[in-house]
Design a protein around this ligand. Sequence first.
Ligand code: TXA
Ligand code: MG
Length: 348
Amino acid sequence: MNTRIYKISLEKELDSQLEIPARILREGGLVAFPTETVYGLGANALNQDAVERIFWAKKRPATDPIIVHVSSKHMAVSLATKMPDSAWKLMDAHWPGPLTLIMQKNEKIPAVVTSHLPTIALRMPNHPIALQLIRQAGCPVAAPSANLFERPSPTLVAHILEDLDGRIDAIIDAGSTEIGIESTIVDVSGDVPMLLRPGGIPVDSIHSTIGMMEVHPSITHKHHGFQTISSGMEETHYAPDAQLILVRGQGERVKQRMRELSREATEKGLKVGILLLSNDIMVFPGAVVVRLGSKKKDIAQQLFQSFRKMNEHGVDIIITQETERSGLGLAINNRLMRAAKKIIETGT
Ligand code: TXA
Ligand code: MG
């Protein structure tokens, strides 16, 4: 299959530019498209064959359910059986935006989309191209991130091509995505809302919208021993080719441990990559150092791209650190934890 790329300009009228991609979607093809978080790989959510092709293209297990993207609250309401109060409050406050809500589903969406769960994940993305594409396709759009399963999510078209060239029909190119990490997922299908994945909307904003919310233990603990709702919540994910070692904690001890680890690995003849989430001036002899700065917005935007950069450098191990957990910090640390082969606690 030849993957076609449609470069879209936000300066020009979108309707005519999106005509072909929208038709491909409507007719059962796969189209990667930009959202405000990361690029998604879209299929007509009402078409079972099309959705099955997503699982094939991504090599994603059928047990990992897919988020359905809508262009209006009305479209979301038409796919759920029950809209709890908390869902309305969250939709009013944060849609369109990087917030996915899990609700009880009705019969309209085929079971393959939700991996036979009784619930459905719904999101209205805050990106003019994504919204117009869904409107023009005229159907809800099932879309996971547009990467091969377990690889870092794509924030640029080059990342999609690296993983999916020849496996999907089309890609809409609108440059790099703004937020860089995926949406926040909140399950509002039960009595008390539960955070399942921290993401583009900071947890504090969710709290101030609905008050009470539980936080799933898998968000901060890798081998947590609690049952997860879907397989996508637990495995090692987003992983670069090299083994990623995450040094947890704050301050001097972290820096010291990073230096030691780097020295030990270099002495063993390994090629070391250092991913710095700070502006500290630190020297790591012989290592490839990628600096993301200390601003969380910049770290989030660059994080997955930096994993792919380390792949290009061909490093054997990546040593990195956490950021402070407020705002986007919880989501950033969650992605690092899930990408990590090994976590080292240094205490504070
Ligand atoms: O920002 C985003 O959310 C991006 C863009 C493309 O919208 N999408 C995205 O999709 O990150 P994906 O498939 O990479 O991650 C969706 C996660 C998966 O871990 C899946 O397990 C979970 O959502 N999920 C989907 N439906 C669910 C459900 N009914 N219950 C619990 N978890 C669900
Ligand atoms: Mg994904």
